[in-house]
Design a protein around this ligand. Sequence first.
Ligand code: IMP
Ligand code: MG
Length: 184
Amino acid sequence: MQNVFSNVERTLITKEEIDERIKELAKQISDDYRDKNLLMIGVLKGSVVFMTDLMRALDINCKIDFMAVSSYGSGTKSSGNLNIQMDLRKDVMGYDVLIAEDILDSGHTLSKVKELILSRKPASLKIVAMLDKPTRRKVDIEIDYTGFEVPDEFVVGYGLDFDEDYRNLPFIGVLKPETYNGSL
Ligand code: IMP
Ligand code: MG
């Protein structure tokens, strides 16, 4: 079995930097939601590493739920269509919902997810994204909490994949260009 980790060209954000930033975000979110009814919704699969670290760093209670969506095929460009592969189990009505996303790229995925959840009447709705690639934005969308801004490069690790690989890398990295095989 080939070791796909050898395709990582360099580290963009270290595990230590991620841990530090998660502590800061968790403090801010804990303060903002102290008197609220927090329901964190993870957008699978990319957000899972970030969200599980973030929720454990909070000093308030939260409930969690997940939905699985995709706006990609196996390639790396977003299409405008949202494909709901798994919906929420919980009714969001009355909850202060915080959507956790891995990365905001074109914004297509999150704006569709946001629209869908808003239509179900939560008490409030905010978004936390681990990464933001602002130069790639196609849709106007506001994020309430951001981990890091990243340049226009395809990144992997800490939940983020390329063709379902690299999600369990403990840091955020960039792949060697030849890895993409012209699919970017
Ligand atoms: P958007 O709809 O273009 O904003 O894309 C959002 C989704 O695309 C994210 O939730 C990721 O799953 C995926 N994505 C966007 N950029 C990257 C990247 O650099 N690496 C890995 N996945 C990415
Ligand atoms: Mg993905």
